[in-house]
Design a protein around this ligand. Sequence first.
Ligand code: SF4
Length: 113
Amino acid sequence: MQPKDTTTNEAFKGFTNTACPFLPCHTGVRGAFNCLFCYCPLIAYECPGPYTVFTDRNGLRRKDCSACTLPHNGYRGAWTFIQKWLERPVVWDGREQTRRYRKKPLRTKPPRT
Ligand code: SF4
């Protein structure tokens, strides 16, 4: 088995669990639906995702990531995104998202005239 940084096989970067009863758990995903990061590794860290913040019954501030598709957008895309943000992880301090999240519009065909 080759280490993942020397192999040309990118199968480790994602998969789609077509047997999951919740698929698709998020709408608006681009490319193949990547289930590898079903539990996002960035949940405890700063991230650029469009999360909102709520306080749970124990008084802890938590992210609600319902609107985020970043860990699911394609095999290579989601893998690259997660690796980039885990390079220098910064622990999330419970604050609201302040980064401006821009969701690219889905490509649609122009209407025929
Ligand atoms: S907002 Fe997106 S990237 Fe950030 S922790 Fe939630 S699922 Fe992960």
